[in-house]
Design a protein around this ligand. Structure first.
Ligand code: PLP
Length: 394
């Protein structure tokens, strides 16, 4: 392998192996003639049929996107919204805000819609920082916190990770306690690029102890993919009225709406008012608002999205185990695994095979982030990895 794989026999062989695996994983030997597991054949998604990757049409597992496509109900809502989009989505924006407020058991004034959660990160930092504020972050985490803090001229304090790339919460606490000024603490849970969770028992006592002059920005972009019961959302703390938390959420991941740019923040009304000064008035487009409303009602799609991600993860972890490539416990829609070759070589071999994998995430130099595609895509990637091993490319 190493060239693009477009040989029909290989495709069929790979499909057959996916097929067997899926039957085992889903506890069902029954499969359809289209080689898609039955549990997925009746799926509430419109995922395009799998075809062998090419350079022009690669398997895109580099940006933690949801490969399934938006919920068909959300797609229909977005299409219907086009003909109304000469108007501002005034009522619908309030409707979405209220639906999210109900979902999190807070009032409407505790919700701020944002253009993706990226805008939420920016608004949280700009709305809450003063000139002497520091942003405290773990060394290996999603980059937007540091990015926007630097633009805002804040001091950024990076805290070293523990051995297994876990957050060092006691060291982060110390960084806050030792600082002579206000702190913003940006915690991504599950984290990106590691896909690991930080147990609630480590975070909640710190937040509820209400350290002076400290605001916690908790980014739960991937929470809906989590299986580990040690994870808990901070959402209930907000419905209890805590005023030192900003919860950031997005429709980009479990709802498969990355290109629609819909996100939101949940916080105390006073905090939301400060963030609101930093975002445009009509920030969400009509299609995004209506799609988000429809997607929230499509429980079947959301369950399917989670189940498909679980299956894709199992396919990838199985081959990583087989090849004895260490990886971190994944609780997101991606897996962080260790390499025995330089990342650049791995990326190149993968790209030549029609697969786009994650970028470099220093200081984790010998690691690669692989986003989870569809089960069929992951079966293709698994077979590609087996071929790579024969050439010592992995
Ligand atoms: C942890 C985290 N937060 C926020 C974002 C931003 O996503 P969006 O702006 O699409 O909501 C991402 C995107 O990958 C992310 O990984």
């Amino acid at each position: 392998m190493g060239e693009l794989m477009n040989d029909e026999q290989t495709v069929n062989q790979k499909r057959r192996s996916l097929f067997k695996l899926s039957g085992v994983l889903l506890g069902s030997a029954a499969v359809t003639s289209s080689l898609v597991p039955r549990a997925f054949a009746a799926s509430p998604a419109t995922t395009p049929a799998f075809s062998a990757p090419t350079r022009d049409n690669p398997i895109r597992i580099n940006f933690n996107e949801n490969p399934l496509g938006m919920s068909p109900k959300a797609q229909a809502a977005a299409r219907d919204a086009v003909v109304k989009a000469n108007r501002y989505a005034k009522d619908e924006i309030v409707q979405l805000g209220q639906k999210l407020a109900d979902h999190h058991q807070v009032t409407l004034k505790s919700v701020l819609l944002t253009a993706g959660s990226s805008e939420g990160i920016r608004a949280a930092i700009e709305g809450c920082a003063t000139l002497d504020t520091q942003l405290v972050i773990p060394e290996l985490t999603y980059g937007d916190g540091e990015h926007f803090a630097k633009i805002a001229g804040l001091k950024v304090t990076k805290v070293k990770m523990l051995n297994n790339w876990a957050f060092d919460i006691p060291a982060m606490k110390a960084a806050v306690a030792d600082y002579n000024g206000p702190s913003l603490v940006y915690l991504v849970n599950p984290n990106n690029p590691t896909a690991t969770i930080t147990p609630a028992d480590l975070i909640e006592p710190w937040i509820t102890s209400k350290p002076a002059n400290t605001m916690f920005i908790i980014d739960e972009a991937y929470a809906e993919f989590v299986n580990d019961p040690r994870f808990r959302s901070v959402s209930p703390l907000l419905s209890q009225g805590m005023d030192n938390i900003i919860l950031l959420k997005t429709f980009s991941k479990i709802h498969a709406m990355a290109g629609m740019r819909v996100g939101y923040a949940v916080a105390h009304p006073d905090v939301i008012a400060r963030m609101n000064r930093e975002v445009a008035g009509e920030k969400i487009n009509f299609c995004g608002v209506d799609a988000a409303l429809a997607s929230m009602d499509d429980a079947a799609f959301i369950a399917y999205s989670k189940k498909s991600n679980d299956l894709s993860r199992q396919i990838l972890l199985k081959v990583l185990d087989e090849l004895k490539l260490p990886y971190l416990p994944s609780e997101g829609n991606f897996v962080f695994h260790q390499l025995i070759v330089p990342l650049k070589d791995y990326q190149k071999h993968m790209a030549d095979a029609g697969v786009l994998v994650g970028r470099a995430f220093p200081p984790a130099d010998n690691w690669c982030r692989i986003s989870l595609g569809t089960p069929e895509e992951m079966q293709w990637v698994a077979d590609t990895l087996r071929e790579f091993r024969k050439k010592n490319w992995v």
